[in-house]
Ligand binder design. Structure first.
Ligand SMILES: NC(=O)c1ccc[n+]([C@@H]2O[C@H](COP(=O)([O-])OP(=O)(O)OC[C@H]3O[C@@H](n4cnc5c(N)ncnc54)[C@H](OP(=O)(O)O)[C@@H]3O)[C@@H](O)[C@H]2O)c1
Ligand SMILES: *[C@@H]1O[C@H](CO)[C@@H](O)[C@H](O)[C@H]1NC(C)=O
Ligand SMILES: *[C@@H]1O[C@H](CO)[C@@H](O)[C@H](O)[C@H]1NC(C)=O
Length: 309
């Protein structure tokens, strides 16, 4: 028994010190990054579109917890009020700011300018805009009405463009601000039966790259986020070719990352002013790699996939 004890203390001498130092460094760095989040976001006005569900709702929690003034925007006011109630009911030791709920239909461009003016009226400023609200697509090109393509482009792309354009003048004048886009890995590759969605997110990526270049001189940061599968209502709410709700929970979506994990990664990418973030499963990353390095193989796999459905 004693021999064991001696051996164990000897072992501890070798391993214990590096281990202790490791733990201290780890604790310190996680404490510092927590502090960095707080300093960057406390008191900041953060506008989140599509805050009534899924990733947007999780982002509302993440930013609210850091003391940001979150503006929750989407069409369903009752759902936004629910999110707001859940936020204010949280126990958070550090000071928080009351969330603001505002209606917004991204497809109705006439609402955009008055919406932004209302935010200025209520909150004074906009420091961070997160273009998150969006809708997906399930249907082959053969069976999708042109009207549905237009609708999805309006919500996902033109809505984000209009909102971004409306908040830029004040940011440019102040020489500070941050625009984030929730794109998708489907902004980088295209998968059959989601043509309108993939097209809208590819458009968003291109717009974001131009915006980043043009805003450099104005000290405004642009973060393009491309999530893979995230467990939300996205496939339930997707438009079919005739414009109805798909109404099916896709197994891949159901098996995806949690909205909370995704939101935490997104928040960190915004705090560190990253240009882009891909937050996805390995297969999505591999597909992006294939599309760019071995396109013929990628096309063959996608044709097989389209054949299956
Ligand atoms: N879940 C995923 O696997 C995944 C992966 C990559 C990217 N994304 C992207 O993440 C974003 C959020 O989607 P989610 O997964 O959280 O899906 P979700 O649960 O269906 O949430 C979509 C949000 O968008 C809002 N929205 C839809 N149409 C709108 C409109 N016309 N005007 C204003 N807001 C509208 C909805 O609010 P109202 O109904 O109240 O208007 C809702 O809050 C989307 O841009 C989506 O493309 C999702
Ligand atoms: C304007 O710039 C100042 C200084 O950089 C900053 O403190 C303030 O939050 C900015 N306001 C907006 C709306 O960006
Ligand atoms: C944020 O944007 C400014 C202006 O374009 C740029 O100088 C800075 O490098 C960006 N920050 C990061 C971390 O890329």
């Amino acid at each position: 028994m004693n021999d064991y004890l001696v051996a164990f203390t000897k072992y501890l001498k070798h391993v214990g010190l590096p281990l202790a130092v490791g733990i201290v460094v780890w604790k310190l760095s996680s404490c510092l990054s927590r502090r960095k989040r707080r300093v960057a976001l406390q008191g900041k006005v953060v506008v989140i579109t599509g805050a009534s569900s899924g990733i947007g709702e999780a982002l509302a929690h993440a930013f609210y917890e850091q003391g940001s003034k979150v503006v929750l925007a989407s069409r369903r006011i009752s759902e936004l009020e629910r999110v707001k109630q859940e936020l204010v009911a949280k126990t958070i030791i550090e000071p928080t700011l009351e969330p603001v709920v505002l209606p917004l239909d991204l497809a109705d461009f006439d609402q955009i300018e008055p919406f932004v003016q209302k935010v200025y009226e209520l909150c004074g400023d906009i420091h961070i805009l997160i273009n998150n609200g969006g809708v997906s697509h399930r249907g082959s090109i053969l069976h999708t009405k042109t009207e549905v393509h237009k609708q999805i482009m309006s919500i996902n792309y033109f809505g984000a463009v209009a909102l971004t354009s409306a908040v830029l003048p004040k940011m440019v004048k102040n020489k500070s601000g941050h625009i984030a886009f929730i794109s998708s890995v489907q902004g980088l590759i295209a998968i059959p039966d989601r043509s309108a969605y993939a097209a809208s997110k590819h458009a968003m990526q291109a717009f974001g790259d131009c915006l980043r270049a043009e805003m450099h001189q104005h000290n405004i940061n642009v973060t393009m986020i491309s999530p893979g599968y995230v467990r939300t209502a996205v496939s339930l709410n997707a438009f079919t070719g005739s414009g109805e709700a798909h109404g099916v929970m896709d197994p891949s979506t159901d098996a995806g990352f949690t909205p909370e994990y995704t939101a935490s990664r997104i928040l960190d990418s915004i705090v560190s002013k990253q240009n882009e973030l891909i937050v996805s499963q390995f297969m999505s990353r591999f597909a992006i790699f294939l599309r760019h390095t071995m396109p013929a193989i990628y096309f063959r796999i996608m044709a097989k996939r389209a054949n299956r459905t």
